[in-house]
Design a protein around this ligand. Structure first.
Ligand code: CTP
Ligand code: CA
Length: 231
């Protein structure tokens, strides 16, 4: 089988990656979340570590083993993930937001288990917006090179381009999660990379492939961008 040669071309780089979902508690026994498996973020952490980078992985709740050589910090909620990300970003050259962060959390977390009552056939939850972690990191000065992801089910390129600009990121990895067998939970993924080149946006389409090889292709592009980054 083809084994990619390990080129230690990321040596001396400090890379922080967020991965997995977040859990937003409703009460002591329940939470809001999503289907993120963490596989893409973990594959990226593994790829960067193999190439010699110092990797800091901020992980939501997932059932994956920590890649060898990676320093992992476990978090549960988006607020905890932001705190860990801000702490790590100050000492990072590259920040990759791969986590599927819950967009909203409960306004109040009930102290005790919410009880079902005979009086109510419906239950209304009030949710408040979570902080946007990649946007917060991108707004810092000085800041690392910032890469985000966009999982879309339609208008992939337009929505991704919009996120790239709105969040002030340097590059975005866009996935069409409506394609069967790709993206959420799957071992394979395809991606459209979009990055800024002065006032223009440049792009590269990566065909469906295992998340492990896709991770290496993303690392290649990020290293090129990092090398060309204005000092
Ligand atoms: N992201 C983040 N913090 C959030 C929400 C998203 O850091 N609170 C990051 C994700 O890690 C990803 C990027 O922003 O890198 C895009 O996430 P996505 O959910 O696609 O974008 P949203 O801006 O939340 O838009 P929507 O869910 O409405 O498509
Ligand atoms: Ca979102």
């Amino acid at each position: 089988p083809d084994v990619a040669p390990t080129v230690r071309d990321a040596e001396a780089l400090r890379v922080t990656i967020t991965a997995g979902p977040t859990h937003e508690a409703l009460d002591p026994v329940r939470y809001l979340s999503n289907h993120s498996s963490g596989k893409m973020g973990y594959a990226l952490a593994e790829a960067w570590a193999r190439r010699g980078a110092q990797v800091h992985l901020i992980s939501g709740p997932v059932s994956l083993a920590t890649p060898s050589g990676v320093e992992r910090v476990d978090v549960t909620s988006a607020s905890e993930m932001l705190a860990a990300a801000e702490h790590a970003a100050a000492e990072s050259d590259i920040f990759i937001g791969c986590a599927a962060v819950a967009d909203y959390r409960a306004e109040h977390i009930a102290e005790h288990k919410l009880k079902k009552t005979d009086a109510h056939e419906t239950l209304t939850l009030t949710l408040v917006k979570n902080p946007d972690i990649v946007a917060e990191i991108a707004a810092r000065s000085p800041r690392p090179l910032v890469i985000g992801f966009a999982a879309e089910t339609q208008n992939v390129e337009r929505y991704a381009r919009d996120k790239l600009t709105r969040k002030g990121m340097d590059m975005i990895v866009a996935n069409d999660v409506s394609q069967a067998g790709l993206g959420f939970g799957a071992d394979d993924n395809a991606a459209l990379l979009l990055w800024r080149d002065g006032d223009d946006t440049d792009s590269q389409a990566l065909p469906p492939q295992p998340k492990t090889t896709l991770a290496d292709a993303i690392v290649d592009r990020v290293l090129t961008l990092y090398a060309h980054r204005a000092p």
